[in-house]
Design a protein around this ligand. Structure first.
Ligand code: CA
Length: 229
């Protein structure tokens, strides 16, 4: 679970990004001004920075950030898409940039890529379940689980935010992607396969709980939060 700070003066844009990040299991903080963002800065893993801000010049702010957090990954959001601005963003130390308007899915994908590049893939632990994304390996109580690519992705999504309820559509979007044109019943099929491999009884689940009429969630087994190690 990473903390992403969004510095964006448009509350509607900020809210969209915030919701999208939280869906991916991140903690999303929002600052509407440079001054506010400075308070959050020491305690953030990534900054999504809108260059067009009312109280401070975005580029000047980025320079300021670099003095305090030289290695903090920064994703610049800019309305200008001329080459000069893009090159300039990278030159002054942005790690990546996106030109508005952009897709929220691309945004969360770029955030994930930057976090991975900076900190490596997280290892997620929920109860006796351990997922190592780099090695693409999952173990249950120390014993390796043989999972297909899709099963692993589904389990990782659920385990990234224990307690959070995912609708079938959200799981489809996160695991199969927007290009998938089958029905959401595929989610149920894969959940059943995962349950078998986890030895999880749907009537008395330890890991994956069915939320009737809604979708699924990973039970918030001890430890309370997914552990990053
Ligand atoms: Ca703006």
């Amino acid at each position: 679970m990473s903390k992403v700070l969004i510095l964006e003066d448009d509350p509607q844009v900020a809210q969209l990004l915030q919701i999208a990040l939280e869906r991916k299991g991140h903690i999303a903080l929002w600052a509407g001004s440079g001054q506010e963002a400075l308070d959050y800065l020491p305690n953030t893993d990534l900054l999504a920075l809108d260059l067009g801000l009312p109280d401070v010049d975005g580029v000047e702010f980025l320079n300021q950030v670099r003095r305090v957090r030289p290695r903090l990954p920064v994703l610049v959001l800019t309305a200008k898409d001329d080459e000069q601005t893009k090159v300039y963003c990278l030159e002054i130390g942005a790690d990546d940039y996106m030109t508005k308007p952009f897709s929220v899915l691309e945004f969360t994908a770029r955030v994930a890529a930057l976090l991975r590049r900076t900190y490596g893939a997280p290892r997620l632990r929920v109860g006796g379940l351990l997922l190592d994304e780099d090695a693409h390996r999952a173990t249950l109580e120390g014993k390796p689980l043989k999972l297909s690519k899709t099963e692993f992705a589904l389990l990782r999504t659920l385990a990234s935010a224990p307690g959070r309820v995912w609708t079938r559509n959200e799981l489809l979007e996160s695991v199969w992607g927007l290009g998938f044109d089958g029905t959401d019943r595929v989610v149920d099929v894969y959940i059943n396969m995962l349950r078998k491999k986890l030895g999880d009884d749907p009537r008395d689940p330890r890991y994956i709980e069915t939320m009737v009429g809604v979708g699924y969630r990973m039970l918030d087994a001890r430890p309370k939060n997914p552990t990053l190690s």
